[in-house]
Every structure is written in structure tokens, then in C-alpha cells.
Design a binder for this molecule. Structure first.
Ligand SMILES: [Zn+2]
Length: 548
């Protein structure tokens, strides 16, 4: 029996008739060809116009779209789903293609929180015309077409006959240039975020689900009992501790830890403590960074708990310590909420900055202009760009091209593994220089300030071991190169007199981790609070005459 014979004959209206698979394939090709201009043009740009790589991703993505659309080509489901996809894609295409925006969580958050007057400014005649042509017209055509559906079992068989080969082709196309895609996607997060309409729709759903759970989370105060044990600064020097939060530096390439290349020539000359067995909390910034500044250990930490609790910086400020976060990376991930956050990326200093990024010397210059004004107990966090890949070569200036030939591309397929490692090692040697510069600046103030520096990287990096590059592997299966991070402690002359060097040396022989950062910084700043766990404070344990 034909599903809609009655309706058709009653109205006497001629309607073209197409099979459900044909309609699904036509819809998927429409979405890809008409509403994905941004995706294709970014892909062409980011893959640097390599025709075969581009063709393979085009085939792979087309096969995925076809598989998805055929999978929902079921009577009563198909048309409503396709109508939503077409309208969402038309609207998404307008904003992405016209304004170059990426419809990410923040964008959707903005849209959700906007008022109707603001939203009204977006509904322009151009938008209405665009929606009529690319949204309403194809929807009318879709409704007009009479879709021929097969019986259930025949449909399952015929749909699978399309879906399975499509998925196999997509997989083969994806694997054939996996390394190029991985590098392109990593360095250009905005690329796949423009895959219309699926990524914007999935993001919107994630936002709705995530917000329903997280939107009302306010970081609960932590350590409100905190106080500095030797009181306000009277009769002693103010303490200044600089915590350098590193980026993508792996311990394996630190000569301080035994790497055969001299990547730490400057730190090696400083009187520092290096902890060679330190592990990270995560393998990506979004996890590691909030985790290392949180009261929770790696075993206890979750994104939600991190959002729901004040960080180390909150506890320090409860104790009356000045706290600042200077960012030369992608932000503080909520760690420094309500505190002073100073973004150096926007400083636009042409000596160190280009294309929206700055080399870390920008932090040292800012330090020079600031350090003389410090006259209270202060903790300053410097969030480095460090060894952020894959464009390692952009992290260091010409003078730090020590290991050559260095890979001068963000696309690893342009370089040999040796060139990639050379560029990476240059970033480590540059970080060595930055850390030594921080120490020099602190040392210059030690007649009036009690100074110290603690450096930890957020996570490591893969450089071709097991065929992997970059980072972000699930922690349970992550290679040690991604979780083994450098940890450096330097004490100024007052701090040095207050601690047993032998005891600290002993600590460097033990395994340490991001779990220790929160408690050790509190210990260094002499903060007493019930949230400090002395067992995780590796520094107070070595204070001369200390009880805990
Ligand atoms: Zn990171």
C-alpha cells in the first residue's frame, strides 16, 4: 500500500516520487555543497591546498554525511529531521560564511543570553533572503517530493548496503592522511567547528546539557580560614613567589633530567632544585591546568569539582596575599576568577607578537615594569605559551634556533621527525632562558623581597614515539612522554636560609606530581589553613625548625 496515495489523488497534485535513499543522499550533498563554504575554504587553506589530501577528506566527510542521512531515512522520521538539518544549516552558513564566526559553546552561550533587541539586529533583510533561498526553498521541495519507502526488512538491508560501504570509505579516507589531519585540526580548532550543521547542533545540545548541570555552579569559597602564619608584613620582607605554569614541556627533553642535548644551559648554572620524576594531572591544558591549581588530587579531580571549588589562588587571597595571573596562552580556565587577570596576548608588542600570539619574552618585559612596585606578600602566576605545538618554530626567536634544521611549518608532514624534534628542543631551550630570566629578575629584588620561583609544565608532548605526535591522549593509555613533566624550584637567599637544602635534595629523588602544587605553594607562602595537606606539601617539610 502506498503511504500517501489518498492525499495525492484527493488534491490531484502532481508530486515527484523518489526513493528514500536518493532523498537522503541528495539532502546530504545539499548540506555539504551549499551550506559548508566555511568548512571547505578553511580546509583548503589549512591543508595548504594539497589536492589529494583535500580530496580524501572531502570523500571521507561526504561518506559520513551520506551514512548519517541514510541512517535516519525512515518513514515519519526522515522529513522532520531533514527539515531541522536544512534550516539549521542555512542559518549556520549565514553566520559562518558572512561573519567568519565559529559556532562554539561561547557563541551559543552569547546567543542564549542575548536579549530580543540584540537578536533583532541580526535578522537583517539579507538574512531573511538567505533563509528563503537556502532554507525555506529546499524545505518546500523536500515536503513536495513523495518519498518511496520500502518495507522494514528490505529497508534495513538496502540502507545498510549504503551505510556500511560509506563508513568503510570514510575510515580509509581518514586514515590515509591521518597525520596531516591531526596536525591541521590541532592547530586550527576552528576548522571542524564549522562542519555544518552537525557540529553546531551537537555543540548546542552539549551546551544545553552541560549548562543544565553547570550553569548555576558558583565556585564555593575554599580555605576562608587561611592566614599567613607570620602575620602582615611588619618586621620582615614581603614574600614574592612566581609560579610559572608551563605549556607542553616534557621532562624527557630537559637536560636537567638527563636528556643528552643541552636544552637547559642557563638553569644548569642556577642554584635550583629539579624534580625529575614529576607527573601531570592530565594530558591537555583544559584538564591539567585547573587540576594543578585545585585542592584535589588527580584521583579526586573532575571538571565539575574544579568549577565548584575555589582554586589555590582563592585560598591565597583569603590569606590576604596579592594574587595576579598573567596570561600568554589561552586564558586561566576559570582558575583566577574574580582575581587580577592580565592577558599579554593582546599587548600586540610587535617585538614578540604576531598573528594573535606572543613569544614568552613578553612576560619578562612586563615583569621588568612591575616587580619594583611589589611591596606586599604576592603570588604571580605566569602562564606561558612555552612549547605549544604544532607551530613550535613560532615559540622562539631567531637567536634561539640552536638545533637545526628546525621544522618551520605547523604541518608535520612537511618535516622529518628530526626537524620536528629540533624545533621542539629549541622551545625547551627558550623556556630555559625565560625561567633563568625570571630568576634573575627575582634575584635583583632579594635585598627587599623574600623571593622564590616554582615552575611546572601542564602536560608533556609526543614527538613520534609510538607514531604519536602532540598530546591529549586519554590519561589511562597516555604514553609517559605526555604525562612526565618538568618541575623546577628556585629559592632566593631568605628562603634558602629558611629551608634545609639536603632535605629538598632528598625530595627531588622522590616521585612528585601536580597534586603537590596547591599545598606546596601554600607552604612556601606560610599560609595556614585546614585545606592545606602537609603530606602533599613537599616544601614545608624541609623548613628549618618547622613543625609541619
Ligand atoms: Zn597545555
Amino acid at each position: 500500500m502506498r503511504e500517501d496515495t489518498g492525499a495525492t489523488s484527493r488534491k490531484g497534485l502532481w508530486r515527484p516520487e523518489l526513493g528514500s535513499i536518493t532523498v537522503a543522499i541528495l539532502t546530504s550533498l545539499y548540506l555539504l555543497a551549499i551550506t559548508n563554504q566555511s568548512f571547505w575554504s578553511k580546509g583548503w587553506l589549512y591543508l595548504e591546498g594539497r589536492p589529494t589530501t583535500f580530496a580524501s577528506i572531502a570523500i571521507g566527510v561526504a561518506c559520513l554525511y551520506i551514512a548519517l542521512c541514510v541512517a535516519v531515512s525512515v518513514k515519519y522520521v526522515m522529513k522532520p529531521v531533514f527539515i531541522v538539518l536544512i534550516l539549521a544549516a542555512a542559518a549556520g552558513a549565514w553566520f559562518m560564511d558572512q561573519f567568519g564566526v565559529v559556532i562554539d559553546i561561547e557563541m551559543i552561550r552569547n546567543a542564549a543570553e542575548t536579549n530580543s533587541a540584540e537578536a533583532g539586529h541580526l535578522i537583517t533583510p539579507g538574512f531573511v533572503l538567505h533563509m528563503l533561498i537556502f532554507g525555506i526553498l529546499p524545505v518546500v521541495l523536500l515536503i513536495w517530493v513523495k518519498v518511496r519507502h520500502r518495507s522494514f526488512f528490505r529497508k534495513v538491508r538496502s540502507n545498510l548496503a549504503v551505510i556500511v560501504p560509506a563508513l568503510v570509505i570514510a575510515l580509509v579516507a581518514g586514515l590515509s592522511h591521518a597525520r596531516v589531519y591531526a596536525a591541521a585540526v590541532r592547530s586550527h580548532h576552528d576548522w571542524f567547528e564549522t562542519l555544518n550543521p552537525f557540529v553546531p547542533l551537537v555543540t548546542a545540545v552539549q551546551f544545553a546539557v552541560g549548562e543544565s548541570g553547570n550553569i548555576n555552579i558558583v565556585a564555593a569559597p575554599l580555605g576562608e580560614d587561611a592566614r599567613v602564619s607570620d602575620g602582615p608584613v611588619t618586621g620582615r620582607k614581603p614574600r614574592l613567589m612566581i609560579v610559572v605554569a608551563g605549556e607542553t614541556a616534557r621532562a624527557d627533553n630537559f637536560s636537567l633530567g638527563g636528556y643528552e642535548r643541552d636544552t637547559n644551559p642557563e638553569l644548569a648554572k642556577k642554584d635550583i632544585f629539579y624534580f625529575p620524576q614529576t607527573t601531570s594531572c592530565g594530558t591537555a591544558t583544559a584538564v591539567s591546568l585547573p587540576c594543578m591549581f585545585s585542592v584535589y588530587t588527580r584521583a579526586e579531580y573532575s571538571h565539575r569539582k574544579g568549577l565548584a571549588t575555589q582554586s589555590l589562588l582563592g585560598v591565597l587571597s583569603h590569606a590576604g596575599i596579592d594574587v595576579e595571573w598573567w596570561d600568554n596562552n589561552t586564558g586561566d580556565k576559570g582558575i583566577a576568577r574574580l582575581l587580577k587577570v592580565h592577558s599579554l596576548i593582546n599587548s600586540g608588542n610587535p617585538a614578540y607578537c604576531s598573528g594573535g600570539e606572543c613569544q614568552d619574552q613578553v612576560l619578562i618585559d612586563a615583569l621588568d615594569g612591575w616587580i619594583g612596585s611589589v611591596n606586599r606578600d604576592t603570588v604571580l602566576v605566569l602562564h606561558q605559551i612555552g612549547s605549544h605545538g604544532p607551530a613550535y618554530y613560532q615559540r622562539y626567536p631567531e637567536a634561539f634556533r640552536r638545533f637545526v634544521p628546525d621544522c618551520r611549518s605547523a604541518d608535520f608532514s612537511d618535516c622529518s621527525r628530526e626537524e620536528i624534534v629540533n624545533a621542539y628542543d629549541n622551545t625547551i631551550a627558550y623556556t630555559d632562558h625565560i625561567l633563568a630570566s625570571v630568576i634573575d629578575r627575582l634575584a635583583s629584588q632579594q635585598d627587599r623581597l623574600d623571593v622564590s620561583m616554582l615552575y611546572m609544565s601542564d602536560h608533556g608532548e609526543s614527538l613520534g614515539e609510538f607514531g604519536l605526535y602532540l598530546h591529549g591522549a586519554p590519561y589511562m593509555i597516555a604514553p609517559p612522554q605526555q604525562t612526565h613533566v618538568p618541575f623546577v624550584l628556585w629559592l632566593g637567599k631568605d628562603a634558602k636560609a629558611a629551608y634545609s637544602a639536603d632535605c629538598l635534595k632528598e625530595e627531588t629523588t622522590k616521585p612528585q606530581s601536580h597534586d603537590n602544587l596547591f599545598h606546596s605553594v601554600l607552604g612556601m607562602m606560610r599560609v595556614e589553613t585546614k585545606v592545606r595537606d602537609p603530606a602533599l606539601d613537599i616544601i614545608s617539610a624541609c623548613r628549618l625548625g618547622a613543625t609541619s
